[in-house]
Design a protein around this ligand. Structure first.
Ligand SMILES: CC(C)(COP(=O)(O)OP(=O)(O)OC[C@H]1O[C@@H](n2cnc3c(N)ncnc32)[C@H](O)[C@@H]1OP(=O)(O)O)[C@@H](O)C(=O)NCCC(=O)NCCS
Length: 175
């Protein structure tokens, strides 16, 4: 439900398209992973900023899968959106596709999850509005975001495993 400190997830939507040029490729002639990470970082930052209207910084790259090679000359489109906002941090989800240049069909390639933090002019974290899901995909990603947050905070040493109640519930169903 929306309130004065919440925004619909749809207001964070960002779409970017890049063409894979020769200096974006590895020795196999495929897009190299580091360039895709850069494009993802920019797209996710736009989404995070659209959500909170503050300066944002990348605090973690949580998941990137490279499910299929992306070729020289491909049109690479990234759709990003905030999947959930917490205190000052936001989980941002990206879906990557390439375009069949004969038919225009969009072929899914991979997805990625980044975490951003909103900061003030001195780089200190500031509160962000809640993100409110509006469709089934947004709701599913929103629902899973809390346990992903707990997992990444455990992995970065910022949370004790015993505090990760949402995550533990996955393995200990209520009796
Ligand atoms: C992001 C930054 C401001 C956070 O500062 P901090 O002192 O860790 O602040 P806090 O401990 O209060 O954490 C702030 C938020 O970041 C989250 N966070 C911190 N480390 C995290 C990590 N490794 N993974 C996910 N979230 C993390 C915290 O959970 C908290 O979120 P919440 O407010 O929603 O609960 C600081 O780490 C920073 O400036 N990092 C560099 C960012 C940067 O330069 N990025 C560009 C890449 S080079």
């Amino acid at each position: 439900m929306m309130n004065s400190t919440s925004r619909p997830i749809s207001s964070s939507y960002a779409e970017t398209t890049n063409v894979v040029m020769p200096n974006d490729t590895n020795t196999q002639g495929n897009l190299f992973g580091g360039r895709l990470l850069q494009w993802l970082d920019i797209s996710c930052a736009i989404s995070a900023h659209r959500h909170c209207k503050q300066v944002v910084v990348t605090v973690a790259v949580n998941h990137v899968g490279f499910d299929r090679p992306i070729k020289l000359g491909d049109f690479v489109t990234i759709h990003s959106h905030v999947s959930r906002a917490f205190g000052s941090s936001m989980e941002v989800w990206s879906d990557v596709s390439v375009e069949d240049q004969q038919t225009g069909e969009k072929i899914p390639c991979n997805s990625a999850i980044y975490t951003f933090v909103a900061v003030d002019h001195e780089g200190r974290p500031v509160q962000v509005p809640d993100a409110v899901p509006g469709n089934a995909t947004e709701q599913e990603r929103y629902n899973g975001a809390l346990r992903r947050r707990q997992l990444r905070l455990i992995l970065s040493g910022k949370m004790k495993p015993e505090e990760a109640t949402e995550l533990k519930a996955l393995f200990q169903p209520a009796s």
